[in-house]
Design a protein around this ligand. Sequence first.
Ligand SMILES: Cc1ncc(C[n+]2csc(CCOP(=O)(O)OP(=O)(O)O)c2C)c(N)n1
Length: 633
Amino acid sequence: MSKILPLINYPSDVRGLSVEQLNRLSKEIREFLISSVSKTGGHLASNLGVVELTIALHLVFNTPYDKIIWDVGHQSYVHKILTGRKGKFGTLRQLDGVSGFPKTNESSHDCFNTGHSSTSVSAALGMARARDIKNEKNSVIAVIGDGALTGGMAFEALNDAGRSPNNLIVILNDNEMSIDKNVGGLSSCLNRIRTQPIYFKVKRDLDVLLHKIPAIGKKVAKTIDKAKGTIKYLMLPGMFFEELGFKYIGPVDGHDINELKKVLTKAKGLQGPILIHVFTQKGKGYSYAEENPHIFHGISPFDVETGEIKKGISTKDYSAVFGETLVDIAGYNEDVVAITAAMPHGTGLNGFASEFPKRFFDVGIAEQHAVTLAAGLAEEGLKPVVAVYSSFLQRAYDQVVHDVCAQNLPVVFAIDRAGVVGNDGETHQGVFDLSYLSHIPNMTLMAPKDFEELRQMIKFSVDFEGPIAVRYPRGHAREICTEKYQPIEYGCAELLYQGNDITIVACGRMVHTAIKAAKELIKFGMTADVINARFVKPLDSKMILASAEKTKNVVTIEDNVINGGFGSLVLQLVNQSDLSDVKVKIFGYPDEFIQHGSIEQLDKLYGLDYQSIACEILNFFRIRKKFKVIKSQ
Ligand SMILES: Cc1ncc(C[n+]2csc(CCOP(=O)(O)OP(=O)(O)O)c2C)c(N)n1
């Protein structure tokens, strides 16, 4: 039988197919996804779960005229395949290739950029209101997962949308999973409808009953209200949404294209806010992903036959080192409690969760709540450690300022995925944290150069009496051998190499780059003091200024945006000192969003690899010193 997928490039190609052909197409899309993502890596399990739903959406709605907003956007691969990007799909998440998330500048079929969770309903409502003001007629659809629904912003939007007259369709893609098993009260409520078939029956019976009674006369209306109030309200999870003002449709089998098509067509003709509750299975159609959806949520390249991840040089990463260290500390310090916003595995807290279940809190995708929850725990004398990705902590900026720092509460922030993270691209790059944390009064901010330093910094942080953050990158570290490990002391940097011509101060991952750049400079007769800052705030002013006074040339290196980052703090330090005639050159990311690509490629692209840095240093300081000018490679 000839394949269908080769003939499909745009939604119009899907519309003439029979149900049998659509089912075959779903199977072929799954094979295509598995094969392609096994080479590029990416969010496989979520996409395998939405194949039929995406096809049905494109059967009923007409993008880009109609707008589909994918919450988080990690599940938009099938949509990309059906909207002109199948041919380029092999470049997924690669530098200059197809993005792993919806991008308005990639296709007109992507109407809104996403990456961080729980934004879709707000954006969709905005688009629906704009449409109505402009007297246009298109449909607006938000597709949100049950995990993303745990984010407070989703509730804010539902609350607003539910009482709004604007036509809007929200599709709740319920697969019972966030990255890990979904958590929280609403999740259990949604689960009940799956596990107890009586809800289906009661709902069906009640629907039939309500349908048969003509809605005339106060008496009948009262009966209906009473029925709603007693049976439906108490027993049907959909009533949560109905009480908010949505028309609830469902539950619908999210793998039945025909059923989905019917329901979506019906919803398209209804007025006001509609919520369609769709059940899907994460990882559907690939046994390894069905069995371990959290592993195949976001996966590196893997072997299709065995489901095994193709391993790199090192399997240990910063998250694992952090997790193990916290388990050690919690073993002797009973005050330690750990909090994650839906990332127990990603942050390395899964070991802690099983060792100390009573002291572990997975709060769902709720970073703001996570931080203020930590403030409450700290206020009562416990030692909360919030493990969170740098880019997601952006969500909780005000909670860090208002609830933690303004009260000087001893909360530890273990900030994972700081710096560029690579293939997830601009929404996930952790390149702002040094800027958004360092200006907050009372905050102490550290960055380790390697695993051992991370261990020591976590121990130091847990003993510290105030808000403190340790930010560390994604992935593995190169251990930096120093003759003798110098213990962490508050506000003290570490002098790694001594020289005469230049001072290189670096933080975190970039310390390794600084050492390599310094070694490169020796070839040109330039010797450097290499300082591992350890503390971004407070800076070791004594060490940095003493070195600056000697060399007169200071270079800073960070994996953060230059604006308001580590280099700015060093520049400010020099500026406020008595030193004159000291030149400062800052290396970091420019004032732009950093696209997807491997970390090595991005380093090179932004001149943050050691060769580019050495070359720039030589050119920058050439007038002041006798060194040769070299051309960038
Ligand atoms: C603010 C924020 N926090 C954390 C994440 C990381 N994250 C990406 S997808 C995901 C789970 C989403 O679950 P769900 O919406 O149910 O989608 P599914 O993958 O199950 O289809 C999480 C926690 C994120 N993208 N944004």
